[in-house]
Unconditional design. Structure first.
Length: 158
């Protein structure tokens, strides 16, 4: 398979981001973007590169979603351990504490203030990244069962 030119590789990057071939060709610097887009999408080497980039992007997106899930549903237990522990205990356990949900820690006048990431914002970001389909898919069997039950009830009343 032929290797891609720098412009072709840029086209693949931009196309993977936007899925708009004409726009990707224009951003990559092709003189006649519409024609270039059609020609590029016909090349096997370009198709292969786009497929590889799409797989990588999906993996990256799944990592982002996992992080947001962890923020939205994760435990605050270790942060609370830090809040209520004495100095010696914390020093020994610090490396083992899960502080992923903590956005800020302040120590002032002998007290500790801990701020957490906003769980609702994490859920909103999850929804924006595709959580809508997750929520809809998980409720679908319930709605189908409800619909079948209503149909059966209607038939029995006739």
């Amino acid at each position: 398979m032929k290797t891609l030119t720098a412009k072709e590789r840029l086209f693949c990057v931009y196309y993977t981001e936007s899925r708009n071939a004409r726009e990707a060709a224009a951003r990559a610097g092709f003189a006649m973007p519409q024609r270039a887009a059609v020609r590029l999408l016909e090349k096997d080497s370009v198709k292969s590169e786009i497929a590889d980039m799409a797989k990588e992007r999906a993996a990256d997106l799944s990592e982002v979603c996992a992080g947001y899930r962890r923020l939205a549903f994760g435990s605050y237990a270790d942060a609370l351990k830090l809040l209520f522990a004495d100095g010696k205990t914390v020093a020994e356990e610090l490396e083992r504490l899960d502080m992923f949900s903590v956005s800020e820690i302040k120590k002032k006048d002998g007290s500790i203030e801990i701020k957490f990431f906003d769980r609702l914002k994490a859920l909103e970001h999850l929804e924006a990244l595709g959580g809508k389909s997750f929520a809809a898919d998980s409720a679908l069997p319930f709605y189908e069962a409800l619909e079948k039950s209503a149909e059966a009830t209607e038939k029995s009343l006739r």
